[in-house]
Design a protein around this ligand. Structure first.
Ligand code: ZN
Length: 238
């Protein structure tokens, strides 16, 4: 069944309460959650579910379930089994998630500095990358760092915008990622807008202001194939 996706409206929620609605071989489903399920290139959240008796269930990963907008919390090995109907206190590993939010938003900024079709991407807690269909000679680490720093220095607030599937179909130029098409089927698509910088479909978690990204450095630029020139970044200055 569908899970209330609290992180969609507020990516800064670190704690919440929720009720167990299903326990199965893949993991635990709740009526609502602050845990982001792995998807769109962004790693799933980790954290802890606390029972009313003080017991804890460590969550090693979060994945999408079978139904649209359903979320499966994957427990670490040998955790006690929860009962359907139990109320739990949820807590995500915030330090890890905040790094993911900063890196994820940084990739949106990078896609406006490197102007080329995006053929892949991934966001881990310590590094993130985009693959571009571009000539290697056009990728320069210092220029990418400088271009990103200039945009990040604008300190623009990010906004979430919803449009219908039909509106998105009418504006195919919004989709930069050739490999990851926005999820369809719920009738509407979520966009991230960075005013005067970027607008594209995205279901991930982002910082509220791009100034929160801070310094970004390019770790690596390498070819991963004819149409995949990979730029990998990390947070923090050298
Ligand atoms: Zn995004």
């Amino acid at each position: 069944m569908a899970t209330g996706l609290l992180f969609r409206d507020d990516a800064y929620l670190k704690t919440a309460s929720a009720r167990v609605v299903a326990v199965h071989e893949r993991g635990i489903e709740l009526d609502r959650t602050i845990f982001y399920p792995q998807g769109g290139g962004q790693a799933g959240d980790t954290g802890v579910l606390r029972r009313s008796d003080g017991g804890q269930i460590l969550i090693a990963n979060t994945c999408k379930g079978d139904a649209i907008d359903s979320v499966v919390h994957v427990p670490a090995p040998d955790m006690p089994r929860l009962e359907v109907g139990e109320t739990l206190a949820l807590e995500i590993d915030w330090e890890r998630r905040y790094a993911l939010m900063r890196l994820h938003t940084a990739l949106h900024v990078m896609s406006c500095v490197v102007v080329a079709p995006v053929t892949g991407g991934n966001i881990a807690p310590d590094r993130a990358r985009l693959d571009f269909d571009i000539d290697m000679s056009l990728l320069d680490a210092r220029k990418i760092e400088q271009g990103m720093a200039e945009l990040i220095a604008r300190g623009a607030a990010t906004e979430t915008v919803w449009i219908t599937d039909a509106e998105l179909d009418a504006r195919p130029e919004l989709v930069k990622t050739m490999s990851v098409q926005p999820p369809r089927g719920s009738g509407r698509v979520r966009l991230l807008r960075i005013p005067d910088i970027d607008l594209q479909p995205c279901g991930g978690t982002h910082v509220g202001n791009i100034g929160e990204i801070g310094d970004v450095r390019v770790l690596k630029i390498r070819s991963e194939g004819r149409r995949n020139k990979r730029v990998e970044i990390a947070l923090g200055s050298k």
